[in-house]
Ligand binder design. Structure first.
Ligand SMILES: [Fe+2]
Length: 242
């Protein structure tokens, strides 16, 4: 499986705290059947002020540790960027590490606040698309506006967003309402792919394998493979794995 969303890089967001935690998460993911993982730390102004320098420094530390310990998990890095007007500047200065490519566009993991969909989001999404960037919205199943009104995700779909549902949502990691919304998104073919959004072994482990089994039950093997492997594989085909 190819996991396109993880907070495994040590000490730069609310995921792995130490290099030791990060190595344990890598081993755990490998044991769960993940072969390739994109590290996607938060870039969230005033909360996690990451940039390519902080991300690549932590990434290189983890790479060295995995090589020393012979953990055969292939890694690449990108980010999960919280909606802010500064995205326009960051795109212009080419300072956001993209997730890969989809249908000729660079892919950006664009995080909405959990509490709501920001007014004017359509302007940002249209601007990104016009600049050859495909926004993927992570965990729409946990956004309170979408939970309250299903039409809100149809609006985001209409303006051109893709959606990544969290693996754990399908196995009850959050709550029943979030699980049934994830299942509805799957049934209505709104899930572009699934990813772990792994943060820690105890609180938010890698649920990709359990999710794959759940989707196989809910739908079928082909759909499960498409969401944990085929689509992530296309998105990352030009990324350099290390
Ligand atoms: Fe995340």
């Amino acid at each position: 499986m190819i996991d396109l969303h993880s907070h495994i890089l040590p000490g730069i967001d609310d995921g792995a705290k130490t290099l030791e935690d990060a190595v344990a998460l890598a081993m755990h993911s490998h044991e769960c059947g993940v072969t390739h993982m994109v590290c996607t730390p938060h870039i969230h102004q005033g909360v996690f002020d990451n940039n390519i320098t902080s991300i690549s420094t932590a990434f290189n530390q983890l790479l060295i540790a995995l090589k020393e310990q012979n953990i055969p998990l292939k890694l690449a890095f990108s980010c999960e960027v919280r909606v802010t007007p500064d995205i326009l500047t960051w795109v212009a200065s080419n300072s956001l590490p993209f997730l890969g490519e989809w249908e000729g566009k660079k892919v950006l993991l664009l995080e909405l606040p959990h509490s709501h969909i920001p007014p004017g989001i359509e302007n940002l999404v249209r601007w990104l698309l016009k600049n050859n960037i495909q926004p993927v919205i992570p965990h729409p199943e946990r956004n309170r506006d979408i939970i309250a009104d299903y039409n809100r995700i149809l609006f985001l779909k209409r303006i051109g967003c893709l959606f990544q549902v969290t693996a754990g949502a399908f196995i009850g990691r959050f709550n029943e309402q979030i699980q049934s919304l994830a299942e509805q998104l799957l049934a209505e073919d709104l899930v572009s792919y699934v990813a772990s959004d792994m943060h820690s072994i105890n609180r938010r482990p890698n649920d990709m394998q359990a999710c794959k089994e759940a989707i196989t039950q809910l739908s079928n093997t082909d759909t499960a493979n498409k969401l944990v492997f085929d689509v992530p594989s296309v998105i990352t085909q030009n990324l350099v794995w290390q």
